[in-house]
Design a protein around this ligand. Structure first.
Ligand code: VGL
Ligand code: ZN
Length: 197
């Protein structure tokens, strides 16, 4: 069975010193690099927003980071400006191995956010990753990266719903943990059939 490692958003803005720093985000880099040779395919994802993206609090009058706005698809968290296309903040952590098979970018449409590597936050608009994996015969996925409770969580749940066999290596993930979002994410991944290690 073809087994891919999916490395979610190990980018400067999600590491200490970055615009949306995840505590300990940089601590996973060495371990993630060390895992890569054990897989048939390695895929990196990159959060990749245009300046002025809708998910930024700065794009909404009177809003501050971590406020919520209602969207047709449900509540959306507003973030500090982060991972703007082509900036240092959007670049991968300098120590991350980037000799991957595929780098997939998400969140590049101005009016919608994309936590999952498979679908944008409307849960409908595909990123194309599913087709890539299926046409390569990949059926098993191990996921690592940032942040456990947002992009790793939504990617893992979508992958499980699509029928992939999914494992999340929590030792190689770090969380933002907003208002219990980590516990909620762990519960959602478990009930979707994701194996948490
Ligand atoms: C992420 C918030 C906003 C993530 C991306 O990679 O988990 N979180 N954009
Ligand atoms: Zn983002």
């Amino acid at each position: 069975m073809t087994h891919a490692l999916i490395v979610i958003d190990v980018q400067n803005d999600f590491c200490p010193g970055g615009a949306l720093a995840v505590p300990g985000g940089d601590e996973i880099v060495a371990g993630v690099n060390a895992m890569m040779p054990d897989f048939d395919a390695v895929i990196l994802t990159q959060d990749w927003h245009p300046a002025g993206h809708f998910s930024f609090a700065s794009s909404h009058d009177g809003k501050v980071p971590y406020d919520l706005v209602d969207m047709p698809y449900g509540p959306q968290v507003l973030w500090p400006d982060h991972c703007i296309q082509g900036t240092t903040g959007a670049a991968f952590h300098a120590d991350l191995r980037t000799d991957a098979d595929l780098i997939i970018r998400k969140g590049f449409r101005n009016d919608i956010d994309s936590y999952s590597a498979f679908f944008e936050n409307d849960h409908k608009t595909p990123t194309g990753l599913e087709g890539y994996l299926r046409t390569r015969g990949i059926s098993r996925l191990t996921m690592v990266g940032l942040a456990t409770d947002f992009c790793v969580h939504y990617s893992a749940v979508d992958a499980a719903k699509l029928g992939f066999e999914v494992t999340v290596r929590l030792d190689a993930c770090r969380a933002i943990d907003l208002d219990g979002s980590l516990d909620a994410a762990l519960a959602a991944m478990k009930s979707a059939g994701v194996t948490l290690v």
